[in-house]
Design a protein. Sequence first.
Length: 259
Amino acid sequence: MRNIYLIFSKELKSYFTSPIAYVVITIFLIITGYFFYNILATFSLISFQAETNPIIARQYNLLNINESVVRPLFGNISMIMLLMMPLLTMRLFAEEKKTGTIELLLTYPVKDVEVLVGKFLACVAVFGVMLFSTITYPVLLILLGEPEIGPIVTGYLGLFLLGVAFISLGIFTSSLTENQIVSATIAFGALIIFWLLSYSMLFAPPEIGRLISYISMTEHLESLAKGVLDTEDILYYVNFTLLFLFLTLRSIESRRWRG
C-alpha cells in the first residue's frame, strides 16, 4: 500500500504542477456549463409557452425536468468526457517511455501492479474533481425546480463508472506507445467504437443485437440516468475497467521479457 500511495502522490502532484489538469478541467466546465445553460434556457422557454398552450406540454411531456434537462445534460457530459479523458491518460505511461524513466521505475522494489494502481487512482482522483465540479448544475435545478433526486444520484454514479472505464482504456493505450498523441488518438478511436455500437443494433440479428446492446457503453448509462440501479450495468463498467487494467498490466510486464 505504501508504494501505491507514493506513486499515487507523485502522479497526482504531476497533474497539478503542470497545466494538464487545470486546462482539461477548465475546458470541461466551460463546455458543460454552456450545454447546461442552453438546455435550461430551452426548458424555461418551453415552460413559459406551455402556460398559454398546455397542449405543448401534454403532447411532448416537456415539463418533466428530469426528462427535459437532467437526462440530456448527463448525455452531453458523457460525450464531453469521451473527448477529455484521453487527454488525462495519454501521458501516464507514454511520457515515462519517451523520457526513459519507465525503465528506472520498473527497477525499483515496486511491483508492476502497484505502479499501475497508483497511476490509475491518481487519474481517477483528477477525474473525480472534474466531475464533482459539475455538482452545481443539479443543485441549481433542485433550488429552482423539483427534479427527482434518484435519477440524479444514479446518473452521477453512471458518469463516474463511465469515466473510470474510459481511464482504464486510456491507460492501456498509453502503455502501448511512447507518443502521447498516438496514445490519445487510439484511445479516442476505441472509445468512439464502443460508444457508437448501439447504432448497429438496428441492422443486426436479434441475438447479435442483444450482444451489441450489452457491449455498448451508452445503453448502460441510459439505464442509470433513468434512475434504474441495475447490477448488470454496474458490473459491465467494473468488468470493462478490470479487463483493460489487466491488459495494461500484461503490456507493462512484456517490457521485462522483451528486455
